[in-house]
Design a protein around this ligand. Structure first.
Ligand code: GDP
Ligand code: MN
Length: 394
């Protein structure tokens, strides 16, 4: 689950990381009011940033500075409603603008292959890490944290030196360890600070100091661990979630959209993966991964069908159900019902074995419009063939 910058910053701040104060506004006048508060407490500029779950907001014009409250309102008006990578901006973050001396990149991700948390750092921050990696692989330092002890002191120091932060060693070490703490405390997959900036702060007497601040934050949470953190579910931004994903979650269906054209409805994650492999082997392309879960009832089957058909590239549906706890006849009834409500006619091939399979076959042949397969191989072949037929005109 991706969360907005403002929420990611709260998680960093909760681990003691240096994050400048901020406010979130949904209207330009609210943005102005927040800007006024920051100006009143001494800021000479504010930064206004689109809150959308995509990167590159700066490049897209979604990050702007303002020197007074009126300008803050203007800038917020321009950013709210803006389209960034297909997403409409509905809220902005307002913060006192930092006086940036230098920007670096620091992040940690879960490296599944290595079964460790991987730190990535680059002395050149602000730009997207993918772009930097493509340009100059050497520019990025990679360090795996210890699997039990986390990021060790010497590793944090090494990383700080690689980022050119020797003049801020204590702060940099604390920040690197703080990223790790944020990762562990929230079961995150990714904690990225880009830019981590050396900023200049002026005291009342005119003297200035340089210190490190996390000016941007991106955190991705592990969906499968959300149940361990009841507070984090609230951070889900439904504004930006695909309605199909929302429905799948509500129905308790694991659904992942893929590139192909054969919609797959299967019970059990392992069987779903095997089914997709067989589709590929037979020369077809699965349109999705879908595990309908245990004991699939008719209404859940109908919901799964809606999820599959919501994808316009689906040209055939392959249903593969192993009836154990799930009863074949119940699934068959769901399929017949879903078929009747179907907005467009897509060929459907069904293989149901196990509990009440005979009854399932009776129900489906009585309804018509459903191809019954005798084996899994047969089902896969027919589904692939059906996906290649010209769609019947309706
Ligand atoms: P992103 O483009 O979506 O990653 O958004 P960022 O929050 O990283 O902002 C993009 C760029 O805007 C940063 O790399 C900075 O150069 C600049 N920026 C962001 N916040 C500030 C700020 O407080 N002061 C100044 N001067 N520049 C900022
Ligand atoms: Mn950024």
């Amino acid at each position: 689950m991706k969360i907005q910058e403002a929420d990611a910053k709260s998680l960093l701040a909760a681990q003691g990381l240096p994050v400048p104060p901020w406010a979130v506004a949904r209207t330009a006048s609210d943005a102005r009011a927040s800007a006024e508060r920051f100006f009143a407490s001494g800021a000479d500029k504010v930064v206004i940033k689109a809150q959308v779950l995509v990167g590159g907001r700066g490049k897209a014009g979604g990050v702007k500075l303002a020197s007074d409250a009126a300008e803050a309102e203007q800038v917020a008006t321009a950013i709210l409603g803006m389209d960034i990578s297909g997403i409409t901006v509905r809220k902005v973050l307002v913060a006192p603008a930092a006086d940036i001396v230098r920007e670096v990149y620091l992040a940690c991700v879960l490296d599944r292959g290595a079964r460790r948390v991987l730190f990535m750092g680059a002395a050149q921050g602000g730009v997207e890490i993918e772009a930097l990696a493509a340009e100059d692989e050497e520019a990025i330092t990679y360090i795996h944290a210890h699997p039990h002890l986390g990021l060790l002191d010497y590793q944090a120091r090494l990383l700080s030196f690689e980022l050119g932060l020797e003049a801020h060693l204590k702060e940099a070490v604390a920040i690197a360890k703080g990223l790790y703490a944020t990762m562990i405390a929230n079961d995150a997959d990714l904690v990225e600070v880009n830019p981590l900036a050396i900023v200049r702060e002026r005291g009342a007497d005119g003297s200035s100091v340089e210190l490190l601040q996390c000016l941007d934050a991106k955190v991705t949470l592990d969906d499968s661990a959300l149940h361990r953190h009841p507070g984090l579910e609230e951070l889900r931004d439904l504004d930006e979630e695909d309605p199909v994903d929302i429905e799948a979650r509500q129905q308790g269906i694991s659904f992942i959209r893929l590139e192909g054209d054969i919609g797959c409805m299967v019970n059990g994650a392992g069987l779903a993966m095997a089914t997709m492999d067989l589709v590929k082997r037979a020369g077809g392309q699965p349109a999705n991964f879908l595990d309908i879960g245990g004991g699939a009832r008719a209404d859940k089957v109908a919901a799964a069908m809606r999820l599959i058909l919501a994808d316009p590239s689906v040209r055939a549906i392959l249903v593969n159900i192993f009836g154990g706890i799930a009863r074949g006849d119940e699934v068959a009834r769901g399929l017949v019902e879903a078929r009747a409500q179907q907005s467009r006619s897509v060929p459907m091939v069904v293989r149901i074995v196990g509990t009440n399979a005979e009854l399932a076959a009776e129900i489906m042949s009585a309804s018509g419009g459903i191809e019954l397969a005798t084996s899994l191989d047969d089902a896969v072949e027919r589904a692939v063939a059906a996906s290649r037929r010209e769609p019947a005109s309706t």
